[in-house]
Design a protein around this ligand. Structure first.
Ligand code: 6PG
Length: 243
């Protein structure tokens, strides 16, 4: 696990954009194409804007990048709550990426059908694999320790076969679909982006609590590299030097 601590939210956004840019560039140079699963919520928005800006200054051929989502709220694609909507507004409408490279997690009609359909898309893109090996998955950290839409005490946490599953979130009274834990853990690189004082306590619990994992975010191991990109406010309570 590699922890990078940036001085503030702006530094985190710049550093995370650079990290994403480099990871995608290396993957595309190595394999001819790169795959990224975007995170939702509010934290990544600044990073996505910086990534769009970086793409104006440096060369990344987005024609060789396929964009997926780690999870999605089951709302219309133009709903302000949609992770797809947020990513379009902050990144995807600001770069030259073919529309056919964007794989929206549509589930507003029916979460179960949406999850099944998305899994079929992934299985066609990652054939003959036990789980999809994304080059990069971006994740956030919720104040209850959730990540993607893997919320505490939800059935999806026990899923060991499916790549994508529906999840009803009681505290939000809403449906989502999400990559499952084994699908997330199969990634080459997983990067958590965590910003702000409000996350300091849950981040300390997630990174420094002893004993078996209790929060969903603690169950993310990543077969490849696991990175935590945070700002100083979020890392305020951390004690141990983290490699
Ligand atoms: C979502 C995300 C979710 C998010 C956390 C943190 O769809 O909301 O997948 O896991 O990353 O809730 O959200 P903030 O960045 O808004 O704090």
């Amino acid at each position: 696990m590699k922890l990078q601590i940036f001085p503030d939210a702006e530094g985190l956004a710049l550093g995370a954009a650079e990290f994403i840019f480099e990871t995608l560039s290396k993957a595309a140079a190595h394999a001819g194409s790169a795959s990224i699963a975007l995170s939702g919520g509010s934290t990544p928005a600044r990073t996505y804007k910086e990534l769009a800006e970086l793409s104006r200054r440096r060369d990344l051929d987005w024609r060789h990048v396929k964009v997926y989502w780690g999870d999605e709220r089951c709302v219309a694609a133009d709903d302000p709550q949609s992770n797809f909507h947020m990513a379009r507004a902050t990144l995807l409408d600001l770069i030259s990426i073919p529309r056919q490279n964007l794989y929206h997690m549509a589930c507003e009609d029916d979460p179960e059908t949406g999850a099944w359909r998305y899994e079929q898309i992934l299985r066609s893109h990652f054939p003959d694999q036990a789980f999809p090996q994304f080059d990069l998955i971006l994740l956030g950290l919720g104040d209850d320790g959730h990540t993607a839409s893997l919320f505490p005490d939800t059935q999806i946490l026990n899923e060991r076969e499916r790549w994508v599953a529906p999840v009803y979130v009681p505290r939000l009274d809403s449906w989502r679909i999400s990559l499952t834990l084994p699908a997330i853990n199969a990634a080459s690189t997983v990067a958590f982006l965590v910003s702000g004082e409000a996350k300091a306590s849950i981040l300390k619990e997630t990174l420094e609590a002893s004993g078996p994992p209790t929060h969903p975010a603690q169950k993310v191991e990543a077969q490849g590299e696991l990175h935590w990109l945070i700002d100083e406010s979020a890392g305020r309570l951390l004690e141990k030097p983290h490699s």
